[in-house]
Design a binder for this molecule. Structure first.
Ligand SMILES: C[S@@+](CC[C@H](N)C(=O)[O-])C[C@H]1O[C@@H](n2cnc3c(N)ncnc32)[C@H](O)[C@@H]1O
Length: 577
């Protein structure tokens, strides 16, 4: 008998040691994997200027990203305009073309299509099937643009990663098939219907009020943090019908378990298979957590204020779009609300994970990722977007956080600025104006003729009058006539100061012409040359325009300041409004 007992004890001890070893081994493997993952992750947050296909292929390592959100152009056949703040900082007026959303079946589209087809695999088969069905159409051109990018995004995702593809009903059905081909149907995790506008009256068809977000995982090991949303009032009124004397709302739920599962016994004269042992029922009653029905039957009080909310469902009607009066609105077309990204980022990533947005626009994903302590990578193909994101980070997080990221793809020296100017004068202009904090002005004949950018400031607290600086940006050769022209525009517009930004050094005649324009005298008694010439070399050397100090620059609509706080337990998802 003693021998048997000893043997049993030995067995138990051996098993315990084995279990401890197994746990240690799993922990060690996890730690090694975490180190490997961290090595792949970028050391700093990065904002890339450029075509995302090229950037992904060139810079983003395999399995280095935990979450991708992409909001590509939708093939909506539209051109989006950026709206900028008006002089008083409120209404948006001036517009400039931000990005086109039009796809044509042309040589470039055919080449993109061919590349995916030649790579083979399910994506290749899907694209060939699309061609049979859609022909050489604009929709096929759009899908040929998307396919290689989605393939790259799958490559950069960690095995525990997820991808959210934001699209609209124009192309969502084709994109879902493409995603099935690239990510496999078994990794499809759901389709979010986001109600993005209140109502659209259309006499001939159903009003279009939603967009679609397709969610795929890289594998079944994907990160998922359950989401809870506030209960709606109708649900509360139906289920949380009771109140304590102090007004606390509760619903009553069963204390009775299942026959054969829970032990049956008599409590307070009632025989049932109670969920809890007798002493716990006594405790609950003493704590006031038992609700006695009119028939003197006990039920458990489930308080509303102790609930986490309703598990989020696939229809999101409680995330309001960015509208003209939204505080967060920056005037970028297609700007998505932060609440939408907050939900996505919280559900599918953890603190310090890396979030990638390859079509990042004015940087909604980036701003939310930064606020939620995630690392981030943003890519956009316009300097306008990159400039806006830099302003947004500065306004939202101040320089401490905002300076801890790297921008890749912007000119870094005179030679690369010259290349940009030669390749794309528009992008050069957006970039140069971004450096001095000015906004671009759409090039059109008429009112804004001769003006490339504007910057507003306030230096007169008594009248609160908005003053302006007018910029002219010259990518090519400059002569004295450019200075004269700018002087004429400054006078015509009654601007305080004019700035000429150019690549080449100004001639003596240009400097003399600028000097002859005199000075702007601020109400504070400071004096600033009315016409100033800044070269790109000056800007690289951090030289800026000589202007009155103004704490209230109203050139861009400001993003509201964020409070970055670390929370272990994610708070309830955002309330409406
Ligand atoms: C629909 S907007 C994204 C808006 C963004 N979600 C936001 O909240 O601001 C699409 C963005 O993709 C950018 N874009 C278009 N094609 C691109 C490409 N090939 N590579 C990188 N960015 C691109 C456009 O410049 C535009 O800013």
């Amino acid at each position: 008998m003693t021998n048997t007992n000893n043997a049993k004890k030995m067995n138990k001890a051996v098993k315990a040691v084995k279990a401890v070893k197994a746990v240690k081994a799993v922990k060690a493997v996890k730690a090694v994997k975490a180190v490997k993952r961290n090595k792949k992750r970028p050391k700093r947050n990065i904002l890339y200027y450029g075509d995302n296909l090229d950037i992904l292929r060139r810079y983003v390592k395999d399995e280095s990203v935990d979450l991708v959100y992409l909001d590509p152009p939708f093939n909506s056949n539209a051109t989006y305009n950026v709206l900028f703040a008006e002089q008083n900082g409120s209404r948006a007026g001036a517009q400039i073309k931000a990005f086109g959303d039009t796809w044509r079946w042309d040589q470039a589209a055919a080449a993109a299509f061919q590349e995916v087809v030649e790579a083979g695999g399910a994506a290749s088969r899907a694209m060939q099937a699309f061609r049979t069905f859609l022909g050489d159409s604009n929709m096929l051109a759009y899908l040929a643009m998307m396919a290689p990018r989605l393939i790259e995004l799958r490559r950069v995702l960690n095995p525990t990663g997820s991808i959210y593809l934001h699209c609209d009903p124009t192309a969502s059905h084709y994109l879902k098939m493409l995603m099935d081909a690239i990510f496999e149907p078994r990794n499809f995790k759901g389709e979010i219907i986001w109600k993005c506008t209140s109502a659209h009256s259309n006499a001939k068809r159903l009003g279009k009020v939603h967009q679609t977000i397709l969610l795929y995982a890289k594998s079944k090991r994907c990160i998922w943090n359950p989401l809870y949303v506030p209960y709606d009032q109708a649900y509360i009124d139906t289920y949380y019908r009771y109140r304590d004397e102090d007004g606390r709302r509760f619903m009553s739920s069963d204390l009775v378990g299942h026959k054969g599962v829970n032990a049956e016994y008599k409590w307070r004269g009632i025989v049932r298979p109670w969920r809890y042992p007798k002493h716990r029922l006594e405790e609950l009653d003493a704590e006031g957590r038992i609700f006695w029905t009119r028939n003197q039957f006990p039920r458990y009080k489930r308080y509303l204020d102790e609930m986490r909310g309703m598990p989020a469902q696939s229809v999101w009607a409680d995330v309001l779009p960015v509208v003209s009066w939204s505080r967060e609105r920056l005037g970028y077309p297609t700007q998505k609300p932060e609440a939408l990204l907050e939900r996505i980022i919280k559900a599918s990533s953890n603190e310090r994970d890396t979030v990638l947005d390859p079509f990042c626009g004015c940087g909604t994903t980036i701003a939310v990722a930064q606020r939620l302590n995630r690392r981030w990578i943003g890519i956009d193909i316009t300097h306008l977007a990159i400039g806006l994101i830099k302003h947004r980070l500065q306004d939202t997080f101040a320089s401490k956080v905002a300076s801890r990221y790297q921008v890749v793809g912007e000119p870094e020296d005179l030679a690369s600025a010259e290349v940009l100017a030669a390749d794309d004068p528009y992008q050069f202009q957006w970039w140069a104006l971004g450096l001095v904090g000015a906004r671009s002005v759409e090039q059109k004949k008429g009112a804004d003729k001769g003006i490339d950018g504007r910057l507003y400031f306030h230096d007169d607290s008594e009248t609160a009058k908005t003053k302006q600086i007018i910029f002219s940006v010259k990518a090519g050769k400059v002569t004295v006539s450019h200075v004269r022209d700018l002087r004429g525009v400054v006078e015509r517009e009654n601007a305080a100061i004019g700035g000429l930004i150019c690549i080449h050094k100004p001639t003596k005649a240009m400097k003399a012409e600028a000097a002859s324009a005199g000075f702007y005298d601020s109400p504070w008694g400071t004096r600033h040359p009315r016409l100033q010439i800044l070269t790109i070399t000056d800007l690289f050397a951090s030289k800026r325009l000589d202007m009155p100090l103004s704490r209230d620059l109203r050139t861009f609509k400001k993003a509201p300041r964020a409070k970055v706080k670390k929370t272990k337990e994610p708070p309830l998802p955002l309330q409406q409004g």
